[in-house]
Design a protein around this ligand. Structure first.
Ligand SMILES: NC(=O)c1ccc[n+]([C@@H]2O[C@H](COP(=O)([O-])OP(=O)(O)OC[C@H]3O[C@@H](n4cnc5c(N)ncnc54)[C@H](OP(=O)(O)O)[C@@H]3O)[C@@H](O)[C@H]2O)c1
Length: 322
C-alpha cells in the first residue's frame, strides 16, 4: 500500500510540521533495536514526525530508525523527519537547557531538532539520582524567564528550528509572552474530545501559537489515562455512522480544530489507522455533538505540587483551568 501523506501546519517560525506525530512515551520501554524497528514501521506507514523527550528514553531509537529508514530508501535524508524533544524538569535551569539539548542531539545523532519544548513549567533539583523519582523537597520554584531565555539561545544557536512549551496555563503563557523576544511556536497540551481546551486554544490562536494535542486518545489503557475518549458513546455513534473507528474520529476532531495530534501506537495496524483520517470530515452536527463529551483532565498533575516549588494547588498549576 502506498504511504499516506500527512498534511503539514505552518508554524510562526516559517517551518512546517506534520499534523500527526508518533508519540514515543512508553511504559516498560522495549530495547532500542525493537523500538527502532517500530519507528521504521511508522516511517514506512507514512509518519514523518516523532514526539520525544529526554525523559522518554526514546531519542537513541529515533536516531537509529532515521538511519535505517535512509538505508532502506524510505526517506532520502534526516530533513524529511520532524523531530521534537524536550528537556526533563531536572534540566529546567537557565544554564542547563542548552547542554540538555546538546545531549539529546548526541543521542538522536543529528545536528538539530525541529522543535524543542519546555516539558513542564516545573523545576526539579538537577542532582537527582533518578530523575523520575523525587520528593516534594526536590521541586524548586520555576524560573519562567531564565528557562525561556535558554530556549531562545537553543533557537539562536540553530540547535532547534522552532521552540515552544508544554502544559502552561494562560497566566503563565501571558507572563512568558511579556519577556519573550522569540514567541513560542507550539504549545503542547493534553487535548482530546474529553478535554477540549477551548479557552487556551482561543488564546493561542490570537497569539499565533500552534496548539498540539498530547494524549490525543485520552491515554487509552495507560495507567493514568482512561476510556473517556475511546469508550465514549457519542464518539462511538459518530464512528459507526462514518465507517471509521473512535480513534480516527478523535484524531479527525483534533485536526478540524486546527491542532496537531501526538498519538502513540506501536501496533502496525493501529499506527496505520491513526493516520487514515484525511478522507472524511466531521460535520457541524458531529462537532456540536462532540461538545457534549464529558470534560475532565486525565493527567491531573498532583505530583508537581509542593510548598517550596511554584504551585501549592492544582488551581495554581493549571492557572485556574481545572
Ligand atoms: N508534553 C507532555 O507533557 C506530554 C504528556 C503526555 C504525552 N505526551 C506525548 O503524547 C503522546 C501520546 O500520548 P499517550 O501516549 O499518553 O496516549 P494516547 O496516544 O492518547 O494513547 C495511547 C494508547 O492508545 C492505544 N492506541 C493507539 N491507537 C489506537 C487505536 N487506533 N485503537 C485502539 N487503541 C489505540 C495505544 O496502544 P498501542 O500502542 O497498543 O496501539 C496506547 O495504549 C505520548 O506518547 C507523548 O509523545 C506529551
Amino acid at each position: 500500500m502506498a504511504e499516506k501523506k500527512i498534511p503539514d501546519v505552518l508554524l510562526n517560525t516559517g517551518h512546517k510540521m506534520p499534523v500527526i506525530g508518533m508519540g514515543t512515551s512508553v511504559e516498560n520501554r522495549p530495547s532500542n533495536d525493537t523500538l527502532a524497528s517500530i519507528f521504521v514501521d511508522a516511517i514506512e506507514a507514512g509518519y514523518r514526525h516523532f514526539d520525544s523527550a529526554a525523559v522518554y528514553g526514546t531519542e537513541e531509537a529515533i536516531g537509529l530508525a532515521v538511519k535505517k529508514a535512509i538505508e532502506k530508501g524510505l526517506i532520502k535524508n534526516r530533513n524529511e523527519i520532524f523531530i521534537t524533544s524536550k528537556p526533563w524538569n531536572t534540566d529546567a535551569h537557565h544554564d542547563l537547557i542548552v547542554p540538555a539539548l546538546k545531549s539529546s542531539l548526541k543521542k538522536l545523532g543529528t545536528e538539530y531538532v525541529d522543535l524543542y519544548l519546555i516539558h513542564w513549567p516545573v523545576r526539579l533539583r538537577h542532582d537527582l539520582e533518578n530523575p523520575v523519582e523525587f520528593s516534594k523537597e526536590d521541586i524548586l520554584p520555576f524560573d519562567i524567564e531564565g528557562t525561556w531565555k535558554a530556549m531562545e539561545e537553543c533557537y539562536k544557536l540553530g540547535l532547534a528550528k522552532s521552540i515552544g512549551i508544554c502544559n502552561y496555563g494562560i497566566k503563565k503563557l501571558t507572563k512568558l509572552l511579556q519577556i519573550a523576544t522569540i514567541p513560542p511556536a507550539v504549545h503542547q497540551v493534553e487535548m482530546n474530545p474529553s478535554w477540549q481546551q477551548g479557552k487556551l486554544r482561543e488564546f493561542c490562536k490570537e497569539k499565533g501559537i500552534h496548539v498540539s494535542a498530547w494524549s490525543a486518545l485520552g491515554a487509552y489503557n495507560i495507567f493514568w489515562g482512561s476510556g473517556a475518549v475511546m469508550e465514549n458513546p457519542i464518539l462511538k455513534d459518530i464512528a459507526a455512522a462514518k465507517g471509521k473507528n473512535v480513534a480516527q474520529v478523535a484524531l479527525r476532531w483534533t485536526y478540524q480544530q486546527g491542532s496537531s495530534a501526538m498519538v502513540k501506537s506501536f501496533n502496525k495496524e493501529r499506527m496505520k489507522q491513526n493516520i487514515d483520517i484525511f478522507d472524511f470530515e466531521l460535520s457541524e452536527e458531529d462537532l456540536e455533538k462532540i461538545k457534549h463529551v464529558p470534560q475532565r483532565r486525565q493527567y491531573t498533575g498532583e505530583m508537581w505540587l509542593s510548598q517550596q516549588g511554584s504551585y501549592n494547588t492544582l488551581e495554581e498549576l493549571w492557572d485556574g483551568d481545572v
